[in-house]
Design a protein around this ligand. Structure first.
Ligand code: SF4
Ligand SMILES: [Zn+2]
Ligand SMILES: [Zn+2]
Length: 311
């Protein structure tokens, strides 16, 4: 198979675009797609400071690399969840990338360790408060990323969600008619009424397979294994179903998710914006000072429950 743009041998066929690319042409294609995403969804401007949420996996490290190669000011935050084995390996990948690639671009890595902060890893913490691990993890990650973005005055937080992630999430939201989530599902979410920073997903135009190929071509050393807590997650079932549809009919995920974004734009519900009235609803959390609509934020309530459970 030959590259459709030059005489080189192709490294990746892309049936959904009816094309194929060699390594350098794939790199150029992916970076162009990310740049298009940033522009089309008004994600950020060249002078903005971006905080990338990194996990050590292909998507987040690729996102960090692309933003740096495109000349953006992007630092990263890694949350060490304290999952034996997995967290050690992902931590090492993130630190290596920061040392070997990011530092040369003047970018820095920040690390938050759940065990140091809470006295226990995410699994023990979730057990203590009798919540599913992924739900406790979601609260901690949202809180820590938002806190770091807020305290260090980043303009925007970027995550590595790709087209497969977004299409699977959309399928889940549609199957369960989660209307509130459907309204909020967008590649750009403005700062929310709950006091969360602006969030963007610059990889939403790229599939998991395309990102993996980009990472290999560009020698990004990422952790292949998934978080062990993800086993049995509904999202994996939705991804599998979409992959089967995609194999039968290339472009299904693309049409499904992009069609949704088009319809959302038409009805003017692509985002929940923070109005002046909304902002007055925000008050500092009585414990940590982060903005919240309740007296004490959900993170502090969770930590307080964990403390009383250990007594
Ligand atoms: S699978 Fe669950 S525990 Fe693991 S990173 Fe994702 S949300 Fe957190
Ligand atoms: Zn080529
Ligand atoms: Zn708080």
């Amino acid at each position: 198979m030959r590259c459709r743009k030059c005489p080189q041998r192709a490294v990746l066929g892309m049936p959904r675009h009816n094309t194929a690319f060699c390594g350098p042409c794939l790199t150029e294609f992916v970076r162009t797609q990310v740049q298009k995403a940033i522009k089309a969804q008004s994600m950020f401007a060249p002078e903005d400071r971006i905080l990338v949420a990194v996990s050590g996996g292909k998507d987040s490290l690729t996102l960090w690399e692309i933003l740096l190669k495109l000349g953006y000011r992007a630092d990263a935050l890694y949350v060490d969840l304290g999952i034996p084995g997995y967290s050690d390996r992902s931590h090492e990948k993130v630190e290596r990338f920061a040392r070997d690639v990011a530092e040369a671009c003047g970018s820095k890595l920040m690390i938050h360790t759940v065990e140091e902060d809470a006295g226990a890893g995410i699994k023990e913490l979730a057990n203590l408060i009798k919540r599913p691990t992924c739900s406790a993890c979601g609260t901690i990650k949202r809180y820590q990323f938002n806190r770091v973005a807020w305290e260090n005055k980043y303009d925007v937080m970027a995550t590595g969600h790709n087209l497969d992630d977004e299409a699977a999430r959309l399928l889940g939201n549609v199957l369960q008619w989660q209307e509130e989530y459907l309204q909020k599902q967008s590649p750009t979410l403005p700062a929310s009424v709950e006091g969360f920073a602006k969030k963007v997903k610059p990889l939403y135009r790229m599939t998991e397979r395309e990102i993996a190929a980009y990472a290999v071509v560009n020698r990004i050393d990422y952790l292949v294994e998934e978080c062990p807590m993800a086993k049995g997650a509904k999202m994996l079932v939705y991804k599998d179903a979409l992959n089967r549809l995609e194999a039968e009919s290339p472009g299904t995920k693309h049409r499904f998710y992009w069609g949704f974004l088009e319809k959302q734009k038409k009805v003017g519900e692509s985002s929940v914006s923070m109005t002046d009235t909304d902002q007055t609803m925000l008050l500092p959390c009585e414990t940590c000072g982060q903005p919240t609509t309740a007296g004490t934020c959900s993170f502090c309530r969770m930590m307080a429950r964990a403390k009383t459970s250990t007594r």
